[in-house]
Design a protein around this ligand. Structure first.
Ligand SMILES: Cc1ncc(COP(=O)(O)O)c(C=O)c1O
Length: 359
């Protein structure tokens, strides 16, 4: 068996240890004589998995009892709609920031539901970045402010959040559980699981319970946060296997130590950015330096032909998923929690060698 270095943006690398545990438990989970995929979501075996995943997330992300932790389906994309459906009532306005592809999709969906003010828009700027706090044109009495904490495609992220009177809502799909943040500053956060949390098919939503209370009564049952809060995300059949992997991933993070992992993420990204910045301009970072993401390191080569050659040779050398998103081109190394330090070191060596041969 040979495993490649996985730099995919999502679905993405899952810790090897987690995969090995899942493999070992696949045919007989905890003496049940069946896999967790085959167990009833109302049974004791699954219930323990479900509740441990939630408890571990509460501990790792510092989530108080004022918030509900929801394990939903539909991806982060469904949250683009569910957030305004639940929080934005007729006559109210929500402030949104556009920092790129994902921010603009969130705005597009919110506009279908209610009044949206785009408080800052740098979605199409190159080099890429997210808005500065000083640029925000906020609405007095806004219901919430929406941010995309890390733009997965452009590789730019928020470093500081504004002090606002309304709750902040954040799409944390690509940086959840990768760096510190203060949950109490947010009214709601959401994330597709397929980057730092586990497999796709599962979406984490953490919502302040009082905010969820205010949703319109006529919302479809499945679209209401309150439904899922009341039923502990078991109103209908949850994505049991994805939640099981999430549980194993959170155990893995606890074992390594959350803060150790956060520090490792900073170091990993710094090594790649040092290789880019030390190349004499041959490799060029895509994002404005102060907004560079530690999760999605994006860069360009002197020509598109060289980028294609880089991606092809990298694949041959065992580095998978480095081609930039189809909408922007370039190169993107997604270096989520589960991407080992060795993968970064070897990628840096590959980059140096590629430049020596082609520069
Ligand atoms: C920041 C961000 N938001 C939203 C999404 C959409 O997530 P999903 O595919 O789970 O709907 C993605 C997917 O990559 C993302 O990176």
């Amino acid at each position: 068996m040979s495993r490649i270095y996985n730099f995919n943006a999502g679905p993405a690398a899952i810790p090897l240890e987690v995969l090995e545990t899942a493999q070992a438990e696949l045919l007989d989970f905890n003496g049940t004589g069946m896999s967790i995929m085959e167990a009833s979501h109302r049974g004791k075996a699954y219930e323990a998995v479900h509740n441990e995943a939630i408890a571990n997330l509460r501990e790792l992300l510092g989530i108080s009892e004022d918030y509900a932790v929801l394990l939903l389906q539909g991806g982060a994309s469904t949250q683009f709609s569910m957030v305004p459906m639940n929080l934005l009532l007729p006559g109210e306005t929500a402030d949104y920031t556009n920092s790129g592809s994902w921010g603009s999709k969130a705005i597009k969906e919110a506009k279908k539901v209610g009044n949206v003010n785009v408080a800052a828009d740098c979605g199409k700027e190159i080099p890429t970045r997210v808005p500065r706090v000083s640029e925000l044109k906020l609405t007095a009495g806004a219901k919430y402010l929406h941010v995309t904490s890390n733009e997965t495609i452009s590789g730019a992220r928020w470093n500081e959040y504004p002090d606002v009177d309304c709750p902040i809502v954040a799409d944390m799909s690509s940086d959840i559980l990768s760096r510190p943040f203060d949950m109490s500053r947010f009214g709601l956060i959401y994330a597709g699981a397929q980057k730092n949390l586990g497999p796709s098919g599962l979406t984490l939503v953490v919502v302040r319970k009082d905010l969820a209370e205010g949703a319109p009564e006529n919302l479809p049952t499945m679209m209401r946060y309150k439904t899922h809060i009341e039923e502990n995300s078991l109103y209908n059949t949850p994505p049991c296997f994805s939640i099981y992997i999430l549980m194993l991933v959170t155990r893995w993070v606890k074992k390594i130590g959350r803060d150790n992992l956060y520090k490792q993420n900073v170091d990993k990204a710094a090594k790649l950015y040092a290789a880019i910045d030390g190349s004499g301009g041959w490799y060029k970072g895509t994002a404005v330096k102060e907004f560079r993401s530690d999760m999605n390191v994006t860069f360009r080569l002197p020509s598109e032909d060289l980028e294609a050659k880089f991606a092809a040779e990298a694949t041959k050398a065992g580095f998978n998923g480095l081609k930039g998103h189809r909408s922007v081109g370039g190169i993107r190394a997604s270096i989520y929690n589960a991407v080992p330090v060795k993968a970064i070191d070897d990628l840096v060596a590959f980059m140096n060698q590629f430049k020596a041969s082609n520069g």
